[in-house]
Design a protein around this ligand. Structure first.
Ligand code: PBG
Length: 325
């Protein structure tokens, strides 16, 4: 009989029941948020090549997708509008009858009691140059002129009934200006999911096709440098001071260290966004038969929760929620 080893961690791993008992991290449908794209002027949903299984919706199929999401028990939806016309200042983003505002009204009336409806508050889907803001005469992104546009966008989205606006443009002062604009318009109950630590990332590649972005160049003058940690905590402090109700770290899997630090410091819920490139990598490798798709999806999501995310935006939200039931 061997007296060694006397300490055997494997005891807690040796049956499915034991592993289930001691698991420290569990996923629940209520903490999953599904991003959805709605495109103006199409009559059939349009597949996004670089995101197999994801489409640009018509208003009609968007409603159906929202109902499916509610039936699957998701916690929320994040809506992105793809307008028929883009211009220098992103006019459709503040048109009360623009595609996103129509979609918000549709979805809120359909499923607004069952889950939280959120909308992207950014100009890149609406501008013909593809930047998240308006441009100054020298071609740079004009921070303060952009804030005025965001304030207007926030009010039209809230007028349409959205529960949370999601400012994703990384302009300085965006949370404060949006909070003031919402309050001044009587929308004290509309909340802000702040894209707090958003990095200038190659992982957004497929999303550009998803929203028909015309961007040439990059967003490095406003989104964070992947080399940096400290500025995430600074952005967190500012967003909290300016009135963020929830904060986000984005992308997700390449930024688990940032997620952990933000989770340790944040007084409000911490969200992460498993972005288009993270989705595309898994789908592409799975299509080649190189990985076990379902295990990979669960492992990535579990890792995000373990690192400190409490809510996760993922294009797999409905599929995963159904598996969790
Ligand atoms: C900006 C926005 C982007 C994403 C969400 N909101 C693109 C960007 O900042 O370049 C990316 C989401 C994804 O890649 O899935 N409106």
């Amino acid at each position: 009989m061997s007296a060694y080893p006397s300490v055997r961690p494997r005891r807690l791993r040796n049956s499915p029941a034991m592993r289930r008992l001691v698991a420290q991290t569990r996923l629940h449908p209520a903490e999953l948020i599904l991003p959805l794209f709605v495109r103006e002027g199409i009559t059939e949903p349009k597949p996004i090549d670089s995101m197999p299984g994801v489409v640009q919706h018509t208003r009609d199929t968007l409603r159906k997708a929202a109902v499916e999401a509610a039936e699957a028990g998701l916690g929320g939806l994040m809506l992105f509008g793809v307008p028929a016309v883009q211009d220098a200042i992103g006019s459709e983003g503040t048109n009360p009858d623009g595609i996103l505002q129509q979609a918000i009204r549709d979805v809120v009336s359909e499923v607004g009691d069952a889950l939280v409806v959120m909308s992207d508050l950014c100009l890149d889907e609406y501008t013909d140059h593809g930047h998240c803001g308006v441009l100054a005469a020298d071609g740079s992104v004009d921070n303060d002129a952009t804030l005025a546009r965001y304030a207007e966008m926030a009010v039209v989205q809230a007028d349409a009934g959205v529960h949370l606006v999601g400012p994703s443009g990384m302009m300085d002062g965006q949370i404060g200006v949006i909070r003031r604009a919402l309050d001044a318009a009587g929308h004290q109950e509309t909340g802000i999911l702040a894209y707090t630590a958003k990095y200038a990332s190659a992982f957004y590649g497929p999303f550009r096709e998803a929203v028909g972005s015309s961007l040439k160049g990059d967003r490095k003058s406003y989104q964070q440098d992947p080399a940096n940690t400290r500025e995430s905590l600074r952005e967190l402090e500012l967003d909290i001071a300016e009135g963020a109700d929830l904060v986000m770290v984005k992308p997700a899997m390449a930024y688990l260290d940032i997620l952990r630090q933000v989770a340790d410091a944040s007084p409000v819920p911490v969200v992460t966004y498993q972005v288009s490139g993270e989705y595309a990598m898994v789908e592409a490798a799975a299509a080649k038969g190189w990985i076990d798709r379902e295990r990979m999806i669960m492992e990535t999501l579990t890792s995000l929760r373990r690192a400190g995310a409490e809510q996760i935006l993922t294009y797999w939200a409905v599929e995963v929620a159904r598996q969790l039931h």
